[in-house]
Design a protein around this ligand. Structure first.
Ligand SMILES: *Cc1c(COP(=O)(O)O)cnc(C)c1O
Length: 397
């Protein structure tokens, strides 16, 4: 049994995006330096696309490392069969840490408390754990403050069971071109790298900093690796533009379940937020806010039906929404509805996450991440992995 609202995840597009980013980095790397590695970010269920299949496809495309938000996400990736290193971004002070050892995950150490807890875990388990050190250069969320490392780092660096592998930071304003934040944070990071190098006694450590937006804006922040998330999924962070040829990985489709006439003066849905001023035809689409579709789409958003844009009218409800199809040719139950994706070759026959975010005043990350668990993800592409599954690894075909 399959619901009519389905998220299609094109793993070929994902792998093509990965390769396009890699070529971009290779072509634009400054003369004499090698292109940075790609740490592919698959946190939050791979931005709603489904962490397991996405992670395996990225591994198959050649990613050297994946990154996720917490230990639990990392365990899901290992159980799916991911072999490459997995970096856990999150703070670990209140986590169940054993998974780090059992599932070979690379922790970020971003607070003195996490340093003590992970050292204690490694001592108890009799292992040495490699870690990435996070430096706060201005986000003011996680990380050791850049201007206090002389005092805070020595106890961490002296931890007998911990081995420093990389130093990283995260930019607050990489997608705000009018802000000086990116440049300011870059300079603080470079100073911090100097401090770490002197305290760590010349030990070679890798450096990384750039999310999608920073990667697009400034090759000086590429260092040894970049950490794109959104770009991998074929979405360019607004308001930036990219010359990298990317394709949206996810599309979201449904089917009309009912068509209904509205007489002048009649309202549709909860609160009658839309009232017809002339005879209207309304199509009912079986997808609502329980599926992650925003309430604010009512009166602001569009879907594609029969290659035409139809406006969402009335309040989006839990399990369905209503669209005005008065101007379309005889819409019928069963007609395909595209909520994200393409329905024809013309520019207006495509709706992407960036446009949908713009309608309701949010960001494209949120549009894809919150797509509900009730929506089935149907995968195409990445034949290698599909074959592995058909051979009986797990799940229905
Ligand atoms: C989410 C995240 C990224 C990726 O961000 P995008 O804007 O999606 O490219 C990179 N680094 C860290 C630390 C993150 O949390």
């Amino acid at each position: 049994m399959i619901r009519s609202t389905v998220a299609h995840v094109d793993l070929d597009a994902l792998q093509a995006n990965f390769r396009a980013i890699r070529s971009f980095l290779g072509a634009a790397a400054p003369a004499g330096s090698t292109a940075p590695d790609i740490i592919a970010v698959v946190k939050a269920n791979a931005y709603g696309h489904g962490a397991e299949r996405v992670a395996l496809a990225l591994e198959g495309a050649g990613a050297g490392m994946l990154a996720c938000a917490d230990i639990e996400e990392g365990i899901v990736l290992r159980r799916a069969g991911v072999q490459i290193p997995i970096l856990v971004f999150g703070a670990l002070s209140v986590s169940d840490l054993d998974g780090l050892v059992e599932f070979h995950l690379t922790p970020t150490i971003s607070t003195p408390g996490a340093a003590r807890a992970v050292q204690e875990l490694a001592r108890r388990r009799g292992v040495t754990l490699g870690y990435h050190l996070k430096v706060d250069t201005g986000m003011h969320r996680l990380g050791f403050r850049h201007d206090n490392l002389q005092r805070t780092l020595p106890p961490l660096l002296a931890s007998p069971n911990l081995r420093l592998e990389a130093v990283y930071t995260h930019f607050a304003c990489a997608d705000v071109p009018e802000s000086d934040g990116l440049a300011d944070q870059r300079l603080r990071f470079e100073q911090a790298l100097g401090t770490v190098a002197s305290l760590a006694g010349g030990q070679a450590v890798r450096r990384h900093a750039a999310n999608s937006a920073a990667l697009l804006r400034d090759s000086r922040v590429w260092y040894d690796a970049v950490r794109p998330g959104l770009l991998l999924y074929g979405i360019v962070p607004p308001p930036l533009m990219a010359t990298i040829p990317l394709e949206p990985v996810m599309s979201l489709t449904s089917r009309v379940v009912a068509v209904k006439g509205l007489r002048p003066g009649e309202g549709v849905g909860y609160g009658w937020q839309y009232t017809a001023d002339s005879p209207r035809t309304i199509a009912v689409v079986p997808a609502g806010y329980a599926d992650g579709l925003d309430l604010r789409l009512g009166g602001r958003g569009f879907v594609l039906i029969r290659g035409t844009r139809a406006r969402v009218v009335g309040a989006v409800s839990m399990d369905m929404m209503t669209v005005d199809v008065t101007d379309l040719d005889a819409v019928e139950p069963g007609d395909e509805v595209v909520l994200l994706g393409r329905q024809g070759a013309e520019p207006w026959q495509q709706i992407d996450a960036r446009e949908a975010a713009g309608w309701i005043g949010t960001i494209p990350w949120e549009i894809v991440c919150r797509l509900g668990t009730r929506i089935e993800r149907r995968y195409t592409g990445d034949v290698r992995e599909a074959a592995g599954r058909a051979a009986g690894r797990r799940g229905p075909a």
